[in-house]
Design a protein around this ligand. Structure first.
Ligand code: AMP
Length: 298
């Protein structure tokens, strides 16, 4: 496995692979690699001749009061984790390699950012879209892998790929969880012991709402209240949002079919956690059980 820090060297490597007729799978990350990242790398490994994982904490997507400066970094441990998935290249550029000067051009996301994480993180998804576009331009992957845990991000990237006619397949992979249901996250290390015990309630609150959906509940405000109350009753966390929307449109849910996303974000003392469940719907009368698994189970 190689660690490449320069964009020109990275581009040269993937061009070389292309000339050899090899396909490239790409997994963008911010490092502090864990089981969630590993599952994306394994998926990329299975479907591509070559695999690149990027490790880059992107200043453009962090707000002034967010954890950019304290975001966990450990390149040695990350190399070990990437090695477990037989990754070919870790692309880990320093900040001034991707941003050698103040940015003059950004990718501005028009739709799907007034909700969920976008509402309280202005500019966040512009930052995400910009860095993903830059990484796509350097690496030119055939397939790029994103986690469903960040479902809004996956939708934003898919929209960008469609809107800009990128010839890259965006693959969304299921959320990897600890045994108690907590979604694996680089930020979980910042939870106190008490908060770590309460944190699985985030997923439980979504499961409770999902059960209501399966029972035929389609009233968004009722479902949001179920999530909200479950969090208020069982955690000390501040609730950032508890929201139910059509997915992947991320618009007000108004039909009885398609998919909905049940999503929540909570803030503990030093960590903000997010989670979601995407549920396929079919017409069900209230009270009639809908026996449809959520996408995480598929
Ligand atoms: P991050 O390093 O947090 O920016 O995440 C990099 C990629 O890993 C994103 O596509 C995330 O959605 C994905 N990811 C993070 N946590 C998980 C998880 N628990 N399960 C699956 N994918 C994840």
């Amino acid at each position: 496995m190689m660690i490449i820090t320069r964009a020109s060297a990275m581009r040269k490597k993937t061009e070389e692979w292309k000339q050899q007729g090899c396909s490239t799978g790409f997994v963008p990350t911010m490092g502090a690699l864990h089981g969630g990242h590993l599952s994306l790398m394994n998926e990329a490994r299975q479907k591509n001749d070559k695999v690149v994982v990027s490790i880059f904490v992107n200043p453009l997507q962090f707000g002034a009061d967010e954890d950019y400066d304290t975001y966990p970094k450990n390149i040695e441990a990350d190399a070990e984790t990437a090695g477990m998935a037989n990754v070919d290249v870790i692309f880990a550029p320093p900040v001034d390699e991707l941003y050698p000067r103040p940015v003059r051009t950004i990718v501005h996301v028009e739709k799907g950012v007034q909700v969920l994480c976008g509402r309280n993180r202005p500019g966040h998804f512009d930052g995400v879209a910009t860095v993903v576009m830059k990484l796509f331009q350097i690496i030119h992957p055939d397939n790029a892998y994103f986690g469903r845990k960040d479902a809004q991000q996956a939708a934003v990237v898919q929209n960008m790929a469609d809107d800009f006619n990128l010839s890259i397949d965006i693959v969304t992979c299921r959320t990897i969880r600890e045994t108690d249901g907590l979604a694996v996250s680089s930020r979980n290390i910042y939870l106190t012991e008490k908060e770590r015990k309460q944190a699985p309630q985030l997923y439980k609150s979504l499961l409770t709402a999902e059960e209501k959906v399966h029972q035929g509940e389609r009233d968004v405000s009722v479902l949001e209240k179920v999530i909200h109350n479950s969090l208020v009753n069982h955690t000390d966390a501040e609730i950032d949002y508890a929201e139910v929307l059509a997915y992947p449109e991320l618009e007000t849910f108004s039909s009885s079919s398609g998919q909905i996303i049940l999503a929540a974000a909570i803030r503990f003392s030093k960590a903000r956690l997010i989670d979601n469940i995407i549920v396929p719907l079919r017409d069900t009368k209230k009270g009639e059980k809908q026996d449809v698994p959520d996408l995480d189970e598929i």
